[in-house]
Write a protein that binds this ligand. Structure first.
Ligand SMILES: [Ca+2]
Ligand SMILES: [Ca+2]
Ligand SMILES: [Ca+2]
Length: 353
C-alpha cells in the first residue's frame, strides 16, 4: 500500500518537473517565503541551467530552472544573489571509506559523514539505502530540520565516543554473506569506534521509512543515539540499570513490576511484555524507550503493525501511549531532553538562504 502511494507520488512529481508547458504558460507566482517556495519546488528555483549546474557542483540539490519564477521572487529570496532562490544544501554525500586502514574496517566501501558521525556500509548496500540511513540519523539529531543540531551536548557525546552505524550485506543470522561483519567481529576489541546497533541490507527500505517489518533504520539508529548518547548525558532520566532513572521507573510500571529477568508470565495489567529471554533488563529498557518514541511519532499507528507487535507492546499510537503510559510519555516529550518528536521520512534537507 505504502509502496503504491509512493509510486504515484513520484510519477506526479516527475510529471511536474518534466512538463515543459508549465512554466511558460502559467504566470510566475510570487512567494512570500522560502517555506512556501519549497512546498512546490523542494530544491529551490534557478534562473537558468548555468546557475543550476554551478549550484549542483557547489553541493546543492538540483533546483528547478525557471527564469520567470526566479525574476519574480529573487529580490526577496535570493539574498546571496547566486541565481537561485531558496537553494538547498546537499549535506549528505557518499564518499570512500576514510578509515579502511583501521583494523576491522577494511570491507566497508561506502561512507557518509553526518555531523561528524560515520555511516559505514559494505558494497552490497545500494547508495539509496546508505543515504537513507544517513538521512534518518540527521533527522533524529536535527529533528526540526533547521540545520542546527537540536541538542549540542548529545552530538558532542556521540562525536566524542566516535559513534558509528555499520551497515552489512545480507541479513541477520546468514553466515557468509558479510565479510565486513566477520572482519569487524574478529577485530572489534581494538576498534576506535563505538556502535550500539547495526543494520543489514535486507532490513533497510528507503521507501518505507521506519515501517515495522520493512525498515529497521529508525529503530537501530535510535538505539545507537539513546544508548551511547542519552543514557550518558541524562542518566537520571534515561539510565538503563534497574531502579536508576525515570525511564526504568516508567518501565517497571509498564511491565507490571521490576523484573530483572523475563517472568514466567507478565501481570495482566502490563502493556510492555517482551518475552525474549536473551534480552536483559537494560536491553528491555533500550527496547522500551524505542517503542515509546516511535509510538509518539505515530510510526506504528496502522492496524497491521499494532496487531503484529501487540504481544510485545500495546500502546501503538500517540493517543494510546498518552493514556496507557503517562510516565514515559511525559519523559520523552519533556523539552528539557530535546528528544526527536517528528517521524523521520528519510529526507533531510535543511533550508539555507
Ligand atoms: Ca541564493
Ligand atoms: Ca534543529
Ligand atoms: Ca525529513
Amino acid at each position: 500500500m505504502k509502496k503504491l502511494t509512493f509510486a504515484f507520488a513520484s510519477i506526479f512529481i516527475l510529471a511536474g518537473i518534466a512538463g515543459p508547458a508549465q512554466s511558460s504558460q502559467v504566470a510566475a507566482k510570487t512567494y512570500v517565503s522560502c517555506a512556501d517556495v519549497l512546498k512546490k519546488y523542494p530544491n529551490g528555483v534557478a534562473i537558468n541551467t548555468k546557475a543550476r549546474n554551478k549550484a549542483i557542483k557547489g553541493g546543492f540539490t538540483r533546483p528547478k530552472v525557471s527564469k520567470g519564477l526566479y525574476k519574480k521572487n529573487s529580490k526577496r529570496l535570493d539574498k546571496n544573489n547566486n541565481g537561485i532562490i531558496c537553494e538547498q544544501k546537499n549535506v549528505l554525500e557518499i564518499t570512500a571509506n576514510p578509515h579502511s586502514d583501521v583494523l576491522g574496517m577494511k570491507f566497508f566501501t561506502k561512507y557518509v559523514d553526518v555531523f561528524g558521525l560515520g555511516i559505514y556500509a559494505e558494497a552490497g548496500l545500494s547508495d539509496a539505502q546508505v543515504l537513507h540511513a544517513a538521512a534518518i540519523l540527521a533527522e533524529l539529531l536535527d529533528n526540526d530540520e533547521n540545520g542546527v543540531i537540536d541538542d549540542e551536548a548529545l552530538l558532542a557525546r556521540l562525536v566524542d565516543q566516535r559513534a558509528i552505524i555499520p551497515m552489512f550485506n545480507g541479513a541477520d543470522y546468514q553466515p557468509g554473506e558479510s565479510p565486513a561483519k566477520e572482519d569487524l567481529s574478529d577485530n572489534g576489541g581494538q576498534l576506535p569506534f563505538r556502535f550500539a546497533a547495526i543494520l543489514y541490507e535486507r532490513e533497510v527500505d528507503p521507501w518505507q521509512p521506519g515501517h515495522w517489518g520493512s525498515d529497521a533504520s529508525v529503530e537501530e539508529i535510535m538505539h545507537t543515539i539513546n544508548e551511547i548518547g542519552h543514557v550518558f548525558i541524562y542518566p537520571d532520566a534515561f539510565s538503563f540499570e534497574p531502579g536508576s532513572s525515570l525511564l526504568t521507573e516508567a518501565m517497571d510500571e509498564a511491565r507490571g513490576g521490576r523484573f530483572l529477568s523475563v517472568p514466567k508470565r507478565y501481570p495482566k495489567k502490563s502493556w510492555y511484555h517482551y518475552d525474549d529471554k536473551t534480552c536483559s533488563y537494560s536491553c528491555m529498557a533500550a527496547e522500551y524507550i524505542y517503542w515509546a518514541q516511535v509510538s509518539n511519532m505515530e510510526i506504528l499507528n496502522d492496524s497491521d503493525t499494532c496487531s503484529g507487535i501487540a504481544n510485545e507492546w500495546e500502546p501503538c499510537s500517540q493517543a494510546l501511549l498518552k493514556k496507557m503510559d503517562p510516565l514515559i510519555y511525559a519523559l520523552i516529550t519533556n523539552p528539557e531532553y530535546k528528544l526527536p518528536q517528528n517521524a523521520p521520512n528519510g529526507i533531510y534537507k535543511p533550508t539555507v538562504g
